[in-house]
Write a protein that binds this ligand. Sequence first.
Ligand SMILES: O=C(CO)COP(=O)(O)O
Length: 252
Amino acid sequence: MTEKNTPLIAGNWKMNGLATALGELRSMAEAAAGGLAASVDLAICPPATLVAAAAAAAGDSGLSIGGQDCHTAASGAHTGDISAEMLADSGARWVIVGHSERRADHGESDALVRAKAEAAWRAGLIAIVCVGETEAERKAGKALDVVGAQLAGSVPDGADGARLVVAYEPVWAIGTGLTPTVDDVAEMHSYMRKDLQGRFGPSAASIRLLYGGSVKPGNAGELLSVDNVDGALVGGASLKASDFLAIAKAAG
Ligand SMILES: O=C(CO)COP(=O)(O)O
């Protein structure tokens, strides 16, 4: 690795958060504006119902807001769906695509995830593309192959660090309190870096590679110190400002 990327700590609130959760977000924004955002990029991806209010609450604090999914089309007859343009219009800067929960719950394929990432770019958003193996795949020694195939299928052509982030989230580590060993994270992140450099050239060094899966204040320092880990995608621990900020401080 040459120069270090600015770390990104992104929170994924999943299907959690009523308007009352904006109090936590305001505390995060205060810390961001108080100096934290100078060394770490901070983002929260609340449920779609809160994107506009969260963006208004965050203002120009340095805490930015993202969506958790988008449709491939800009508009149209797609009841219940939300487009990347709508997220951007609500003040979002990022959108997560291909989270394992969407791949599992909604049968999202690599091709669909790729189309969603392209939709994000069309709307001017940065796509956070998620990849990660299941427990059975890791046990079978297929983790690298599975993630390599997901990267090949889910990341659009023309990717660079200005509009793509990749999050490695082993499915078995999400919400379980389990994490891979530091060596396993290092192996996977180095593999992903080489894979992206093989496809996109040296500029792929600026594509931030996040680790996600049971990141907590207590393990963040160790996980974030691994080579080629440029930040974290945090689920449960991003719901509380104190936990999220402790993780962000470990990155700064
Ligand atoms: O899925 C995740 C973030 O997208 C990780 O969730 P947890 O941090 O709750 O394990």
